[in-house]
Design a protein around this ligand. Structure first.
Ligand SMILES: C[S@@+](CC[C@H](N)C(=O)[O-])C[C@H]1O[C@@H](n2cnc3c(N)ncnc32)[C@H](O)[C@@H]1O
Length: 267
């Protein structure tokens, strides 16, 4: 019988997305309740661990491309998750040591581990704030965020595998639009979002497993994901399966990871 101890503020009786994702990635910051849902979802989608790993690789490629090719020097990463090395600021600061990152999550387990996210280069800065993407106005007023990011310079806004956790009734399109509006010209928005477009049955079963455990999980179509970018210009290669976005090596079956991914720039 496992004897699990909950860190302060962490409820180990209900599954949490950050901990399930940590389980798929082979991390240790998850509990029996998370592993049960994680396994039920793997039963529905046998490639689930591969999907999580491909999503993580996108984080690295997007950060690298934004710094190297788009001149981005500061990031706002919402829905950060439990630290997984290399974290976004580590990728960015390896190329540009002055890079600054503000991480945001609303899960107490991420706060417990936030110190690992705040180990920055001396020249750069990396901060963590607890906030909810469903309340962008409060999020954008956070004093640590305002002290760390310079809103007169382009920002890389990264919403990686978070928006599927926001129900349609909470209008993720309006929330993302409010964030986009706050960004200066030249800013970039990177999104990954799970979809049922490539494998409707598998994804339908995974969504049902999560929903029956009391979680919100919405797979969205390419069109619904594209609308999250508003009138920002999608950079090459557009909104594509996550493994096809500027891949480092050839991928045999890009649709084996059921995520749409894209990066757009504010005119
Ligand atoms: C699947 S993880 C993604 C982690 C990371 N972005 C990645 O792709 O590797 C989703 C994260 O979004 C966070 N999240 C969910 N709803 C949120 C909300 N309303 N506001 C802020 N963060 C949220 C969860 O706590 C979790 O850490």
């Amino acid at each position: 019988m496992e004897n699990e101890v909950a860190p302060p503020g962490v409820n180990i009786n209900v599954p949490h997305s950050a901990r399930i994702y940590d389980y798929w990635l082979g991390g240790k910051d998850n509990f029996a309740v998370d592993r049960a849902v994680g396994e039920a979802m793997i039963k529905a989608i046998p490639g689930m661990r591969y999907m999580a790993a491909e999503n993580r690789k996108f984080v690295h490629r997007a950060a690298r491309n934004l710094v190297e090719k788009e001149g981005i020097r500061q990031f706002l990463d919402i829905g950060t998750g439990i630290p997984t090395r290399p974290n976004l600021h580590e990728v960015a600061q390896r190329i540009e040591p002055t890079a600054r990152v503000v991480y945001v999550d609303n899960d107490p387990i991420v706060l417990v581990h936030a110190r690992a996210l705040m180990i920055s280069t001396e020249q750069g800065r990396s901060e963590y704030i607890s906030a909810d993407i469903r309340d962008p106005a409060s999020l954008l007023k956070d004093p640590v965020l305002l002290e760390t990011l310079d809103f007169s310079q382009p920002i890389g806004l990264t919403l990686i595998a978070i928006l599927m956790l926001i129900a349609d009734q909470d209008d993720p399109w309006a929330g993302v639009a409010a964030l986009r509006d706050a960004m200066p010209s030249g800013s970039c928005l990177a999104i990954t979002h799970p979809t049922a477009d490539f494998a409707p049955e598998e994804v339908g079963e995974a969504v049902a497993a999560a929903t029956s455990a009391g979680m919100t999980l919405v797979a969205r179509t390419r069109e619904a994901v594209e609308r999250l970018f508003g009138d920002w210009e999608l950079l090459e290669p557009g909104l594509v399966p996550v493994s096809s976005w500027r891949p480092d090596e050839q991928v045999d079956n890009p649709k084996a990871a059921y995520y749409w991914a894209g990066v757009a720039r504010k005119p």
